[in-house]
Design a protein around this ligand. Structure first.
Ligand code: TRP
Length: 458
C-alpha cells in the first residue's frame, strides 16, 4: 500500500508526540497511584521501575523496529515476516483483541474523568467548608451507583475518540500532544509543589519510595510487570503501529528512551501529588479505582480557585486518556484497513461501535451491582476482569512473543538497520548487542519467571 494512503508522521517529532500521548494516560494518573496504594507502596514501585527499564523499554524498541521495518500493523507485520499461516501471526491477533478489550473499559474511566470536569466546572469543589470536606469523596460513590451516567460518559468519550481517529493519523494526535503534554507536566509539578506544604508529604514520600518489602506479594510482582507494559503501551502492537508510520531515518532508540522517561516521570509525579493528600486528610491509600477521584478533589476543595485547578486537572486527565484511547482504536481499526482493505471510515466506525457496545457491562460498574454475584464468585467485576486479564496476562504474553520474534526470527541485517538508521545510539555496537541480549534472554526469562511465580509454581 502506498505511503500516502497509509499515512505518515507529518514531522520528525510526530512519532514522539503521538507515542508519548499513547503512553501517558490514565495508566499514569489513575491506575499507577491506585495499584501502588493497594500493593503497599515502595517495594512495588521499585519492581515497577526495574520492569520499565529492563523489560518495557527493550520491548518498546523492538516493537517500534518491527513496525518501522514492515510498515504494517501487528497482524500484517507478523504475516509478512513469518508467513501468513505462521503461528506468529497469532501474536498480532492477540494484540488486536487486547486493544479491543482494553479500550472497552479504559473508556469508562475516561468517562469518569469527563464527569469530574463537569462537576468541577459547575463548582462542586468550590467553597467547601472544612466540616464538609469529608463528603467530597462521596461524589465518586454517587457516580458509581449511577449506571446511566456511566454509560452516557462512556459513549460520549468513545464518540470523541472515534471522531478523532476518523480524521486520520497525523492531525489530531500530533496537535493534541504538542500542547497538552507540557501543560500536563507543568500542572503536575505545581501540584507536587503544593503537596510539599502538606503535613502528609513526609509519610507519603516514605510510602512511595521507602522499601517496605514485607508488603509485596507474588500477585503484586505480576501486577508491577503487567503495569509496566500497560503504562508504556507495549505488548499489543500499539507502538508497532505507530512505528509503522515512521520514515527510514527516524530515530527509534532515543525516541523510545524519551517516551519511557516522560511516562515514568508523570507516574511518579502523580504519586507525589496524590499520596500527600491521601495521608493529610486521613484517607485510605488502598482505596482502589476511585483513589484519584476521591483524593484530588478533596485538596482542590481547599484551595483558592479550587474550581479552576480542578477543572484543569480533570480536563488534562481527559485529554491524556484521549490520546491513549486513540492509539488503542488505531490498532484495532488498522487491522481492517491494512489486512481486509476496508475504508478508514468504515473500519473506524464499525470497530468503534463494537468496542462501545462491549464496554457497556464495564460501564454498568461491574455486573454485581445488579446482583449477579460475579465479584463474589470470581473476585472480579466485569470491569476488573477486563483490566486484570489484559494488563496482567495478555500484555506480558504479547510482550513475550514480540521479544522472542524480534530477538530471533528477523534477519540481522534488517533489524540492525531499523535500529541504527537515524539513531546515533542505535549505531553503537555494544549498546545494540546489549539490547539484543536483553530482548533474547533476560526479557523472556523474566516474564516467564514472574508468571510462574504468580501461578505459584516458582
Ligand atoms: N499507556 C496508556 C496509559 O497508561 C494506555 C494505553 C494506550 C495502552 N495504548 C495502549 C496500554 C496499548 C496497553 C497497550 O494510560
Amino acid at each position: 500500500m502506498s505511503d500516502a494512503k497509509r499515512g505518515q508522521w507529518g514531522s520528525k517529532v510526530g512519532f514522539v508526540l503521538a507515542a508519548a500521548g499513547s503512553a501517558v494516560g490514565l495508566g499514569n494518573m489513575w491506575k499507577f497511584p491506585y495499584i501502588t496504594g493497594e500493593n503497599g507502596g515502595g517495594a512495588f514501585v521499585a519492581i515497577y521501575l526495574v520492569c520499565i527499564l529492563l523489560i518495557g523499554l527493550p520491548i518498546m524498541i523492538g516493537e517500534v523496529v518491527l513496525g518501522k521495518m514492515t510498515q504494517k500493523s501487528p497482524v500484517g507485520a507478523f504475516a509478512e515476516l513469518a508467513g501468513k499461516r505462521s503461528p506468529w501471526v497469532g501474536v498480532g491477533w492477540l494484540g488486536v483483541i487486547t486493544g479491543f478489550l482494553i479500550l472497552s473499559y479504559y473508556s469508562v474511566v475516561a468517562g469518569w474523568a469527563m464527569h469530574y470536569v463537569f462537576l468541577s466546572v459547575t463548582g462542586t469543589f468550590a467553597n467547601v467548608s472544612p466540616a464538609e470536606l469529608g463528603q467530597v469523596a462521596d461524589h465518586f460513590d454517587a457516580l458509581k451507583a449511577n449506571p446511566g451516567l456511566n454509560v452516557l460518559w462512556h459513549v460520549l468519550f468513545m464518540a470523541i475518540t472515534i471522531g478523532i481517529v476518523l480524521a486520520g493519523v497525523q492531525k489530531g494526535v500530533e496537535v493534541a500532544a504538542r500542547v497538552l503534554m507540557p501543560a500536563l507536566l507543568g500542572l503536575l509539578i505545581m501540584l507536587v509543589l503544593y503537596a510539599t506544604s502538606l503535613p502528609g508529604f513526609g509519610p507519603a514520600f516514605d510510602f512511595v519510595f521507602g522499601l517496605h518489602t514485607e508488603r509485596l506479594t507474588g500477585a503484586g510482582v505480576l501486577e508491577a510487570l503487567g503495569h509496566s507494559f500497560f503504562t508504556l503501551s507495549v505488548g499489543m502492537g500499539a507502538m508497532l503501529t505507530y512505528g509503522s508510520y515512521m520514515k527510514r531515518d527516524d530515530d527509534v532508540v532515543s525516541t523510545s528512551i524519551t517516551i519511557t522517561a516522560l511516562d515514568t516521570a508523570v507516574a511518579l509525579l502523580a504519586c507525589l501529588a496524590l499520596f500527600p493528600i491521601t495521608f493529610t486528610f486521613g484517607m485510605e491509600a488502598g482505596a482502589g479505582p476511585g483513589l484519584v477521584f476521591q483524593s484530588m478533589p478533596t485538596a482542590f476543595a481547599q484551595m483558592t480557585g479550587g474550581s479552576v485547578w480542578s477543572t484543569l486537572f480533570f480536563l488534562l486527565l481527559t485529554f491524556a486518556a484521549l490520546t491513549s484511547a486513540i492509539s488503542l482504536l488505531e490498532v484495532v481499526a488498522s487491522y481492517f484497513i491494512d489486512e481486509l482493505g476496508w475504508k478508514r471510515i468504515q473500519a473506524v466506525a464499525v470497530t468503534g461501535a463494537a468496542i462501545t457496545l462491549f464496554g457497556i457491562p464495564s460501564a454498568l460498574g461491574a455486573l454485581d451491582v445488579f446482583g449477579s454475584g460475579m465479584e463474589e464468585a470470581i473476585g472480579h467485576s466485569w470491569f476488573g476482569l477486563m483490566d486484570y486479564l489484559t494488563s496482567n496476562w495478555m500484555l506480558p504474553l504479547g510482550g513475550l512473543g514480540l521479544s522472542i520474534f524480534v530477538g530471533f526470527r528477523i534477519r540481522e541485517v534488517e533489524r540492525a538497520h531499523a535500529v541504527a538508521d537515524g539513531s546515533p545510539l542505535g549505531g553503537v555496537l555494544p549498546l545494540y548487542l546489549g539490547w539484543l541480549q536483553l530482548l533474547r534472554f533476560a526479557v523472556p526469562a523474566a516474564i516467564v519467571a514472574v508468571v510462574l511465580h504468580a501461578l505459584g509454581v516458582l
